[in-house]
Ligand binder design. Structure first.
Ligand code: AMP
Ligand code: GLY
Length: 421
């Protein structure tokens, strides 16, 4: 289920699984259509999805984005006895409500920023007095990645609160979490869990800002690489012990076990790794680099996770770096220019070369031509011996793409490239 670059990477990998003999995608995109039959199902119509699964004897549903998970599609499928990769509505609250996650961290003593949950402007203004600048303000609910404000001054913070409680994010901003500001480098860690067993599933770092050297407005992510060398084996063990395991245990003990992928956004502080936030799905474009590196049968792993049999499963990742560069439509993230033509060269569309792969994030076919149909359009992905080599290969593949109304950052991976130099 889904239509972005993350879902293209999942479909590409699932289609390679020896245990997958037939793949459908809903709604999919022109890239996904190379690996799956695309069917336009309405993600909010659970009955229609269940009927489709029964008619086609579907043995596993993989839900890509967070919205259908927070909307309870996983629950509807489980009630219908259809195996599903993705958490229940109750467990997806880890992404659906920042306040829910902060309270869980407090109960389970998981390292994270200090916080206050507020439900009105007055309450929030009072709470601000307990924090110093910069102020971190978060709309509680899903806000398409735009619900976080870091304000340098009290005045800025108060005007952001006014907007949030004024309905800028609709229902998502009816509650606002105010947090202590954490300092450090960010990294992402992924783990699959069936509620009991935990399978570490790799690390990544992304670039959220639209401009080079990480400047300008926030986006869904302009590029990523995996693994994240800053997350050493020792730090990963600490993250598992102090953050992931207590989360999985708390949710199980509270009667809302988590099943699916847990995506932990981490701040590597001087006091050790702390949780910034959880997502209840793979990152986009982080998924693309994880899938490039995964050597195991993804369908078998996801099915085992869905069935509660993850303990018997392992995941092998290539000991190489994968790096992806997002090509976005001019104007992204504000008002992307849709409709621009894209020409991919033959080598770029070649399947499974193992070296480079272009995932479609926001494309469409019009009169037989490939066009841009979203903010983030393509994810040009390559493997290399380290970040520097993977970066070089990714930009070489990218320079062979003709997409005149598109743009990209030329410095994806810069922190690591500098460290490697
Ligand atoms: P989130 O949507 O919660 O991941 O927040 C978006 C971005 O805001 C994160 O990737 C961080 O860069 C930043 N951020 C969020 N919370 C904090 C915090 N408590 N301290 C410092 N930066 C933060
Ligand atoms: N790339 C960030 C996210 O998927 O949330």
């Amino acid at each position: 289920m889904g239509s972005g670059g993350r879902e293209h990477a999942l479909a590409w990998k699932l289609a390679q699984s020896p245990t997958c003999d037939k793949l459908f995608a809903s709604p999919g995109n022109p890239g996904i259509a190379e690996h799956a039959d695309c069917v336009p199902l309405d993600a909010t119509n659970h009955d229609a999805i269940i009927a489709f699964c029964r008619e086609n004897a579907i043995s596993l549903v993989v839900i890509g984005p967070e919205a259908p998970l927070v909307d309870g599609l996983g629950d509807s499928l489980r009630i219908a006895d259809i195996p599903v990769f993705g958490p229940s509505q109750a467990a997806a609250q880890l992404e659906g409500s920042k306040g829910f996650t902060k309270d869980l961290c407090q109960r389970a003593q998981i390292p994270t920023a200090g916080y206050v949950r507020t439900r009105s402007l007055d309450e929030a203004k009072d709470a601000l007095l307990g924090f110093g600048a910069p102020y971190v303000l978060k709309a509680d609910g899903l806000a398409a990645g735009k619900g976080v404000v870091i304000a340098e001054t009290r005045e800025e913070a108060e005007s952001a609160l006014l907007e949030m409680f004024g309905g800028k994010f609709g229902e998502a901003g009816a509650e606002v979490v105010i947090e202590e500001f954490m300092q450090g480098e960010e990294a992402s860690f992924f783990a699959l869990t069936d509620g009991h067993a935990i399978l570490p599933f790799g690390s990544a770092q992304d670039h959220k800002r639209v401009g080079e050297r990480d400047t300008g407005p926030n986006t869904g992510g302009m590029g990523a690489y995996s693994p994240a060398p800053v997350l050493t084996a020792e730090l990963e063990a600490q993250v598992l012990r102090e953050i992931i395991e207590p989360t999985v245990m708390a949710l199980r003990q509270e009667g809302t076990p988590y099943s699916g992928v847990l995506y932990a956004g981490l701040m590597l502080t001087e006091q050790g790794p702390k949780l910034i936030e959880y997502n209840c799905r793979f990152g986009d474009p982080e998924c693309q680099v994880l899938m490039m590196r995964l050597d195991s049968d993804l369908a078998a792993i996801m099915l085992a996770c869905a069935k509660g049999e993850l303990a018997d499963t392992s995941a092998v990742f290539a000991d190489q770096t994968a790096l992806t560069v997002v090509m976005a439509a001019r104007g992204y993230p504000d008002a992307p220019d849709k409709g621009g033509e894209i020409v991919l060269s033959e080598t770029n569309t070649a399947e499974g070369s193992g070296k480079t792969k272009i995932f479609h994030a926001g494309t469409a076919l019009k009169d037989g031509k490939l066009i841009a149909n979203g903010g983030r359009v393509l994810n040009v992905t390559a493997m290399g011996g380290n970040v520097t080599q993977a970066q070089k290969a990714a930009y070489a593949a990218l320079d062979a793409v003709r997409f005149p109304t598109g743009f990209c950052r030329r410095d994806i991976g810069w922190r690591e490239v500098e460290r490697e130099a």
